[in-house]
Design a protein around this ligand. Sequence first.
Ligand code: DX5
Ligand code: ZN
Length: 219
Amino acid sequence: MKIEILPSLLAADFGRLADEIIRAEVSGADALHLDIMDPHFVPNLSFGPDVVALSKKVAPNFYRNVHLMMSRPDLYLEKFAAAGAQTLQIHIEADCDLHTELRRIQALGVKRALVLNPETPAERLLPYLDEVDEILVMTVHPGYGGQKFIEECLSKVSLFRKLRPDLDIMIDGGGNSETIPLSAKAGANQFVAGSYLFSQTDMRKAVEDLRKSVKGLVQ
Ligand code: DX5
Ligand code: ZN
């Protein structure tokens, strides 16, 4: 599987957002992870389609992976696709018909992913296993950056890897030089890191080191 490192823009300096997007792109990271939050689904708010559009404007070739932490993602799919989302990740805990919404995402020409919160059992994903391009396993409770990695979530990664050896599996939350290799051993091949990467003075070196740390572990 292709190794992918994704800086999460949530940890960027919002006063210099355009520069931060470019800093993430020139670091050699594979894609930008954009965290969209509504306060019904998580106890926080972040940003909306305008920031996705800004990312497309300042870094058109930097892949945009958009994580919708929303109760009703179905109301916003077109808006995020039009803004430049290339993968849309919707939560399995959302309040909508997932089979329908996954089909709608695909019809928009965007990759489809389902996301599971830490407390959500792996079995909930099984009916959708053949309807997604990627699975995102949350390794923190969504809502904030900078939280501690929950290692127990990795058993879901291992199970999904066993069931779908060919599918992209991402972890999100608390990603750093220790937890990312652990996630790779469990079977993940895509790794989000927000506060860890944006706090580096040399993001390029940090991305390179993370990549080296999982080489040989990613199946
Ligand atoms: C959590 C977000 C994560 C977060 C990751 O609600 O979905 O993407 O930004 O940030 P770190 O890597 O700092 O845990
Ligand atoms: Zn995220």
